[in-house]
Design a protein around this ligand. Structure first.
Ligand SMILES: C[S@@+](CC[C@H](N)C(=O)[O-])C[C@H]1O[C@@H](n2cnc3c(N)ncnc32)[C@H](O)[C@@H]1O
Length: 268
């Protein structure tokens, strides 16, 4: 009888191959990184972001007691069709769902007096006006010849636009006559005649901590009983907004609308 040939078990050759791959990694890894740099670095960036920005951000919101709410539970009368107007749906990105959601909130809450901090081109202003046909809207933005007294972040510097650009999207529309523009640095804004006057306030001007604190103080004085204040850009890429809102949450019951960067407050 022929003696059985001694054969190397298959898993041993695989182990050898893996060892060779590992040992030569310093040569092929940089080449692979360069070849797939888009996806590879995207993946790494996303992992770093999740670990160092997203997780601490969510933790800070939770510690501050900002309650995460489902909009359809918090506002049961909301028209889902209106929220899902755009392609994509409730699982899609912030930008796609936030404006339809705000429009649906306007349709439900029927505000009569809306105030907006931060007009920019007037996209949200026009959306508020269309969704609230009975409302008057006041929208405030810093004019071109005024430097923001509390500074502006590098990301936002590009948002300092000329007076002719501010609100250009609602100019010439049927809604324009219900919209009043205020050109003013919000830090210098005098709210003394506007206390408890507005049932819907949108805070979306400067995003530094100081800006958001100042605008929020105005908004919390200006909102009427039963009215709402909503803030934009509560997400890990806006540390000023996050810091300000987690601080405000110590004294005011804020809620964060899940899958959006919108935080709200209802004045009882
Ligand atoms: C994010 S944009 C507003 C976007 C707009 N609310 C929308 O949803 O379409 C911010 C706007 O705030 C303005 N802004 C920045 N700092 C300001 C300040 N201190 N006072 C008033 N407006 C300011 C900028 O010029 C810019 O037009």
């Amino acid at each position: 009888m022929k003696p059985a040939r001694l054969r190397t078990p298959p898993h041993a050759s695989a182990r050898l191959r893996n060892l060779a791959v590992l040992a030569t990694a310093p040569f092929w890894l940089p080449i692979q990184c360069l070849r797939h740099r888009g996806h590879f670095f995207d993946g790494i960036e996303r992992a770093i972001d999740a670990l160092f920005r997203e997780a601490p951000f969510r933790h800070a919101a939770q510690r501050a007691g900002i309650q995460r709410v489902n909009p359809f539970v918090r506002f049961p009368g909301i028209d889902r069709e209106q929220v899902f107007l755009v392609p994509g749906h409730w699982t899609s990105s912030h930008e796609q769902i936030e404006y339809p959601l705000l429009a649906a909130l306007c349709s439900l809450l029927k505000p009569q007096n809306i105030f907006e901090f931060g007009t920019y081109f007037g996209e949200a202003t026009l959306m508020f006006a269309k969704a609230s046909p009975d409302a008057r809207i006041q929208t405030l933005n810093i004019p071109e010849d005024v430097a923001p007294s509390q500074g502006i972040s590098a990301i936002q510097a590009g948002e300092l636009i000329s007076n002719s650009q501010i609100g250009k999207l609602f100019k010439g529309t049927p809604e324009e006559n219900r919209i009043t523009q205020i050109l003013c640095d919000s830090a210098k804004f005098d709210d003394s005649e506007r206390q408890q006057q507005y049932d819907f306030i949108w805070v979306d001007a400067g995003h530094s901590y100081e800006n958001v604190m100042t605008d929020s103080r105005h908004a919390l004085k200006m909102v009427s009983p039963g009215g709402h204040v909503f803030w934009h850009d509560f997400d890990s890429s806006q540390p000023g907004v996050v810091r300000a809102l987690t601080e405000i949450a110590r004294e005011h019951k804020l809620f964060w609308i899940e899958k959006t960067s919108i935080v709200g407050f209802e004045k009882l």
